[in-house]
Design a protein around this ligand. Structure first.
Ligand SMILES: Nc1ncnc2c1ncn2[C@@H]1O[C@H](COP(=O)(O)OP(=O)(O)OP(=O)(O)O)[C@@H](O)[C@H]1O
Length: 228
């Protein structure tokens, strides 16, 4: 099973807002390698991704990724986020602006918060820089990169840790249409080479068409349609 996500989470209402707050309720599992969760703004997509990543604790439920239980309220299992071994790619890639490409990618290998040295190199780093075609720009800073190079740097930083799965939060939302299309193709090529499960959240129908081997539509915190 690639993903098993069964959870219930009641969030408190925002300060000064009447009502009981947002309730998220999911019950799904799939053995498809790519799962896309889609739905309108405020549907609960980001909260779901946060729960899988260990950044939001469900009130109850069970979350397994690639067959590995990460959360199970019945047995009080709640693996800390850093131990879940998930490659989490944020919408804006969240690269460190003051670190060059090599350091950004190497950051995934670091323990603690010390920055990797500027000229750091080892076998793993060389492998990922080459695989993601970043050798030529390894000494450049994020603002000197193209959108595609930025995305590949973020992917390399996530993948160098050998995650059990990749979590992508609206990976193409902030890009112009031409670059968006190129990066979709790059991600498809990467997935063909790196055989790990992918969980993507998006509100873009094209992402759904391209990556939605299994798909779940959320609305108001509930599943309204699913193809698993
Ligand atoms: N920490 C929180 N505490 C309380 N309510 C929250 C919290 N985070 C999100 N919410 C509420 O939960 C709902 C779902 O939020 P979520 O960010 O998961 O939506 P989304 O589907 O990812 O939307 P978008 O596409 O706009 O990012 C929203 O109504 C939001 O107001």
């Amino acid at each position: 099973m690639s993903f098993e996500i069964r959870l219930r989470k009641q969030l408190p209402p925002a300060p000064g807002v009447a009502g009981s707050g947002f309730a998220l309720e999911l019950d799904l599992s799939t053995s498809a390698r790519c799962l896309v969760i889609h739905g309108p703004s405020g549907a609960g997509k980001s909260l779901t991704l946060q729960a899988v990543a260990g950044l939001l604790k469900p009130d109850e439920g069970r979350i397994c990724v690639a067959g590995e239980p990460l959360f199970d309220s019945a047995t009080r299992l709640d693996r800390p986020s850093r131990e879940r071994r998930l490659g989490y790619l944020f919408q804006d890639y969240a690269l460190f602006p003051q670190l060059n490409v090599r350091q950004n990618v190497a950051f995934g290998l670091q323990r603690g918060w010390r920055n990797p040295p500027r000229s750091m190199m080892n076998e793993k780093l060389a492998h990922w820089l080459a695989l993601m075609e970043l050798d030529g720009v390894a000494s450049q800073l994020p603002h000197q990169l193209s959108g595609g190079q930025r995305q590949r740097t973020a992917l390399a930083r996530a993948l160098i840790t050998e995650p059990r799965a990749l979590l992508l939060d609206e990976p193409f939302a902030a890009l112009d249409p031409e670059l968006r299309e190129r990066l979709r193709e790059e991600l498809e090529r990467l997935l063909a080479r790196v055989q790990i499960p992918l969980l993507m959240i998006t509100h873009d129908p094209e992402d759904l068409a391209r990556f939605g081997e299994a798909r779940v539509q959320l609305r108001g915190g509930r599943v309204v349609a699913a193809q698993l």
